[in-house]
Design a protein around this ligand. Structure first.
Ligand code: SAM
Ligand code: SF4
Length: 334
């Protein structure tokens, strides 16, 4: 086999997160501004053929996992076609999608048929008024229908992503964990990250995930370590004894998991990001006709990948070693 996609710290990269659009049908407060977001013109967005060419070039070098994200990936027309193209590439073992779930009722089955393995669905509140406030207008009942549609289509295991925010949804930790008691759902609490700007409002709302552990103790729940669900990843997983589902903690800020980072990222306009946090990018789109050149550019990006992000320094307003990205999370894909 070809040499794997390795960085100077010996980390092997077998996973890519691909943003298929920077557009979205919601405007979550931690992700996009309410107004004035400049979307990329259609002709600057990678075509399905270009995306498949990148994945096809990386698979022989050991790429095994692909996640489609956005913006909202399901607003990209005919996404099933891209899924089918990627599912055919030899070596790709896990093809997943991160979505806000709104459009899943109409698409879950066709995505499954096209070869999608599973979905992560973002849901930060189970209460309508609050959900509308966080997403600036979304309807929680539609996301719940999306979860049902994903389950019915067999897009399992289903993970629910919950960004935890102080004073906004931290009183719902028990409600979310409660969802795992009788359903095979995997709730993952994620720390709020300072992407796009480490603003004072972020500092005020950021909450370390110790809070989830305390909430379990207060509820009197006995938890046990849970085996990793498909896809693994940086979450520490636990289960209430006897529950069908699990819950996990992803704490990029308070306890970075960079030592085991295996992730590459591709923005909707075709820029490689070796790290979510820093501004360094490599424009691979002009090279998609040449697999050797695509691989060479990914290796160059990995050659310059820093060992870790420094989000914790942003929390303390301390100087950082590189420049953080100016892109919003919706442009990177999370
Ligand atoms: N629209 C899809 C969705 O919401 O699932 C996919 C794109 S969204 C950018 C991917 C993930 O990033 C979501 O789970 C979202 O909650 C998370 N996210 C966005 N901004 C974030 C932030 N500042 N900190 C932590 N997670 C964030
Ligand atoms: Fe859209 Fe997802 Fe960002 Fe919310 S988190 S605005 S759903 S891209």
């Amino acid at each position: 086999m070809m040499e794997p996609l390795t960085d100077p710290f010996g980390r092997i990269h077998d996973y890519i997160r691909i943003s298929v659009t920077d557009r979205c049908n919601l405007r979550c407060i931690y992700c996009m501004p309410a107004e004035g977001m400049q979307f990329q013109p259609q002709d600057e967005i990678m075509s399905f053929e270009e995306i498949a060419a990148v994945v096809g070039a990386l698979a022989p070098a050991g790429l095994r996992k692909v996640r489609l994200t956005g913006g909202e990936p399901l607003v990209r027309k005919d996404l099933e076609k891209l899924v089918a193209m990627l599912a055919e590439i030899p070596g790709i073992e896990d093809l997943s999608l991160t979505t806000n779930g709104l459009l899943l009722p109409g698409k879950a089955e066709s995505l499954k048929r096209a070869g999608l393995s599973r979905v992560n669905i973002s849901l930060d509140s189970l209460r309508q008024e609050r959900f509308a406030q966080i997403t600036r207008g979304g309807e929680v009942s539609k996301v719940l229908k999306g979860i049902e549609a994903a389950a019915a289509a067999g897009l399992a295991p289903i993970k629910l992503n919950v960004v935890l925010m102080k004073g906004i949804n931290d009183d719902e930790i028990r409600d979310f964990i409660g969802l795992t008691l009788n359903q095979p759902l995997h709730v993952r609490f994620i720390e709020y990250m300072p992407i796009g700007s480490a603003s004072d409002s972020w500092r005020q709302t950021y909450l370390p995930l110790e809070t989830v552990v305390s909430a379990c103790h207060e509820a009197g729940w006995t938890t046990e370590e849970a085996a990793l669900t498909a896809g693994g990843g940086p979450s520490q997983n636990r289960r209430i004894v006897g529950a069908e589902g699990t819950f996990g903690l992803i704490h990029p800020v308070s306890e970075h998991f960079c030592d085991n980072c295996n992730r590459l990222r591709l923005t909707a306009d075709g820029h490689i990001k070796a790290c979510l946090y820093w501004q360094d990018e490599y424009d691979v789109r002009p090279l998609t006709g040449d697999p050797d050149a695509v691989r060479a550019m990914f290796r160059q990006a990995l050659g310059n990948k820093p060992h870790n992000h420094e989000m914790a320094l942003a929390l303390e307003k301390k100087a950082q070693s590189h420049t953080p990205t100016a892109r919003r999370m919706s442009q990177i894909g999370g």
